[in-house]
Design a protein around this ligand. Sequence first.
Ligand code: MN
Ligand code: MN
Length: 459
Amino acid sequence: MERKNAWEKYDNAEMEQVFQLADRYKSYISDCKTERECVKETVRLAEAAGYRDLKAVIEAGETLKAGDKVYATNMGKNIVLFCVGQEPIEKGMNILGAHIDSPRIDIKQNPLYEDSSLALLDTHYYGGIKKYQWVAQPLAIHGVVALKDGSVINVVIGEDDSDPVVGISDLLIHLAADQLDKKGSKVVEGEDLNVLIGSMPLKDGEGDKVKANILALLKEKYGMEEEDFLSAELEVVPAGKARDYGIDRSMVIGYGHDDRCCAYTSLEAMLDVENPRKTSVCILVDKEEIGSVGATGMHSRFFENMVAELMECTGSYSELKLRRAFTNSKMLSSDVSAAYDPNYASVNEKKNTAYFGSGFVFNKYTGARGKSGSNDANAEYMAEIRRIMDKHEVTFQTAELGKVDQGGGGTIAYIMANYNMEVIDAGIAVQNMHAPYEVVSKADLYEAMRGYAAFLIEG
Ligand code: MN
Ligand code: MN
């Protein structure tokens, strides 16, 4: 089957659009490195596009009608946007879903210690990472410290050019003979991912003076005590901004493409929707990288509850109608796909692999060991998707995540399919997936955004 390269079809004007979208995206992922930061920025962009907080609508007892735009957030880590359709919600919604958590290194609840006049933070990594990739590079700390008085302190250290950064050391090559004989999963071990944050003793202090100095700085800057780490969520992530990649600037390198590249392009498509036939939905969830668990992950009832609230606001809620709304819905469950990499060609089967520049990726199924854990979309739904993409001249490709029995992965698709709705995995091809710096193609970002927009109109 012929595989088209999207770059070849763009005229100058469209080329400009491709690059402008990539610029907006770079700024989103440079500013938003945690799920909380993504939610905050998404609220800002949504409100600028005319979206209102569903909570305020409910409290005011307002009625919503076709064309109205609302959003709801969940514990600051998960958000859903709705643009009310002309058809009743029970006829089904067109849903875009993506996740906004990314692999990273979380700081433990009792993290701070001093060893040999160095102050370090103990960590527990989040999601699937190759631990050896996270050492010897500048890292930033993002997150919150919740205090007993109910206030929440926002922390970002390492992003401003004048900020210090932190990091995890690696062993010098000169003394690494034993280390280099270890297998990859053991070269750097989880319990050794300790973040170095200081080396200067507090003058006239006693005991662990370097640790005491760090605590004094934390007290001065954030008003926090050592005990307050107990109620903190601090995430260690690569420091610095996303950048153009390749001498031709055709790609973007940055932290957290998985899955913010799908989240951001879905969001842009969503914010462009005006007065749709079916209710348009964009849900951005947390915790996908650790199994979609918790109140802010896709397994949570949050989404279901918010659709119920939305139906109530349009005067159409009943338990049966809510169930029908889900059953009649269609979804693009969006997550990244593995981009073909000539350096590691052997893990892919070339006919069924995603390529940079070949556009929006559809995975009929994901999973591992005989499709286990996969959603496996229906052929009829795939046919409908092909019709929509072709009608809107979206360049798309189909793929599997690697060769049969090479490995695999899961997404949120199967969770939504439990509602009995049509779901297919869709998304963008990524190189270096789950590494501190991942790479995507700008043409693929653009085609995905157009694909999401086409789905919301036609689905
Ligand atoms: Mn993902
Ligand atoms: Mn992932």
